[in-house]
Design a protein around this ligand. Sequence first.
Ligand SMILES: Nc1ncnc2c1ncn2[C@@H]1O[C@H](COP(=O)(O)OP(=O)(O)OP(=O)(O)O)[C@@H](O)[C@H]1O
Ligand SMILES: [Mg+2]
Length: 372
Amino acid sequence: MNEWHFPRPALAEHYLKLLNLGITSSLAIIAPRRKGKTLFILQDVSPIAQKNKYIPVYASLWQNINAPHEGLILALEEAIEAIDKRAVISRLLQAKIKKTTISNELLGKMEVEFADSPTKPTNEELAYLEKLLSELEKKAGKKTILLLVDEVQHLATSKKFDSLTHTLRTMLDKRQGSVKTIFTGSSRHYMNILFNEPTSPFYHFVETVPFPELDDKFLAFIKKTLAEQHDIAVTLPSLSRAFESLDYSPYWMMKLIANIVTFKMTVLEAHEHVLQLLEAAEGFESVVKKLKPIDRIVFLALCAEKNPFSIELMEQIGRETSVKGVAANVQRSIQRLSENHLVSQIHRGKYFIEKPGLRRYLIEAKSAPEGT
Ligand SMILES: Nc1ncnc2c1ncn2[C@@H]1O[C@H](COP(=O)(O)OP(=O)(O)OP(=O)(O)O)[C@@H](O)[C@H]1O
Ligand SMILES: [Mg+2]
């Protein structure tokens, strides 16, 4: 549909194969924000799933951020209606693609990640959800329902959503043959709570699969589309440099392309412009102001996958900051970084960087303010 969408059919087929083989009935794709999860599910997975006798049903739990059950109810109602009217399911998916693309452009998307007044679903709503799935299952006949649940981390962000989480798990558990699920989400922290905590209803229920970064083939596709559709020549190394510094985010890369096509910028000009947009959107300036000097050192060490408790690093902290380079201070620094969602620690000693663009910003912003 969209000339700029780089398709990944092999990856989509791989995921579907895991479901077909019956190894698991539920998969989870976890990747940071703006990495192309939603469009991959809608534009790559759904059409192939349809060809393989699935009925894809896409539900975003952010449809109503305060009431995630509404997103599921709406998606099931729409799918039932489409089957009743003998409408084509793919038209429904096209509408979702359009909606995703538009909502990606809404300002402040990054800030509204938590419900401000989370609402517990009523027992009637939960029963209705179950009823809808049964109805859809009947209408699906020999086809299998593929439930695509987006922003699933949201379930773990409020206790008010616990009953929905339980209901969802029970609904899916009962139907492991006839309903399969792909969950997508962006917070490793909350996805971990949802899928790996022994107390969670989803514990050991979902297989987490990697979502590889887009690579050189994506860049070659961009180069080719620019040349063939817009008569613009660019070099691969310049695209590659830009893509790396934009943290391999297709969202920011497409912003860069838009600048090249619309304003006839060079790759370098567009690259610089988009970096500024990214920094503003992520609020790096205010993030950096809150960091203590020790936090910067620890954050950069974690980015470089170095042990934050090494003698070298503690010596560097002692030398370059006004605090002592001791384990307790490093521990407190990691705590601060976690609370500010800059890193997350899933297993002991294993850290994930939650704001990767910050590394480059810290290295380049030499004039950063000094604090203690
Ligand atoms: N395969 C692709 N080819 C080209 N551009 C893409 C591709 N995937 C994503 N994009 C671009 O990136 C943007 C973000 O994609 P998408 O909404 O799928 O990301 P996401 O990971 O779901 O983000 P979020 O975590 O914020 O929901 C899209 O609007 C599109 O411009
Ligand atoms: Mg998304």
